[in-house]
Ligand binder design. Sequence first.
Ligand code: ZN
Length: 222
Amino acid sequence: MPYYHIDMQGNEIELPVTKVVCIGRNYLDHIQEMHSAVPEAPLLFMKPKAALCHMHDNIVIPTDKGECHNELEVSVLLKSPLKNASEDEAKAAIWGIGLGLDLTLRDVQAALKKQGQPWERAKSFDNSAPLSGFIPFHLVDNLDDLRFSLTINDDVRQKGHTELMLHKIIPLIAHMSSVFTLDCGDVILTGTPKGVGKLMPSDTVIASLENYLTVNTEVVAE
Ligand code: ZN
């Protein structure tokens, strides 16, 4: 099914489907579990349009490329373009927030890291960004106080709190817009807390953004 942005009720949001801009290493506990270093500047990467899919449909993972890991992240949908934006301008461009999975082929990524190559083969494959519906921004109290969790087969695997981000959402979006223009319809994925791990076909998945939304879904083989 072709992807289009949806709200919490599943209604289409009339914004273009463009790209996903992501930050790596934005939570200290995840940096520690990966034995990575804290980057000097935000570590940015992108996923193309074909990466986007609806999280409530099955999560489709490749099974012939090593381990595919969950990374549950707060997502942000933009309703207007941003270039060299101030924090006020970044805030004014937000349509709403939700949850997204930054699916990652971890073995592929490890090989790319070793060779000093970019991460697209590990993170930018088709359906690598399953997204929830979006909650309109005016209903959101505080972007820096959002709690979210990922439960796999009844075990809580990830628990996040946006207060613990190294780069908070609004300054992060402003910064991204100083690197490249953000477009109307772009989705931002804001980094994963610890608890990344292997997904397997037939895993049951519950992604929850406390007080706002819950998505129940299942992993299937590509
Ligand atoms: Zn991520």
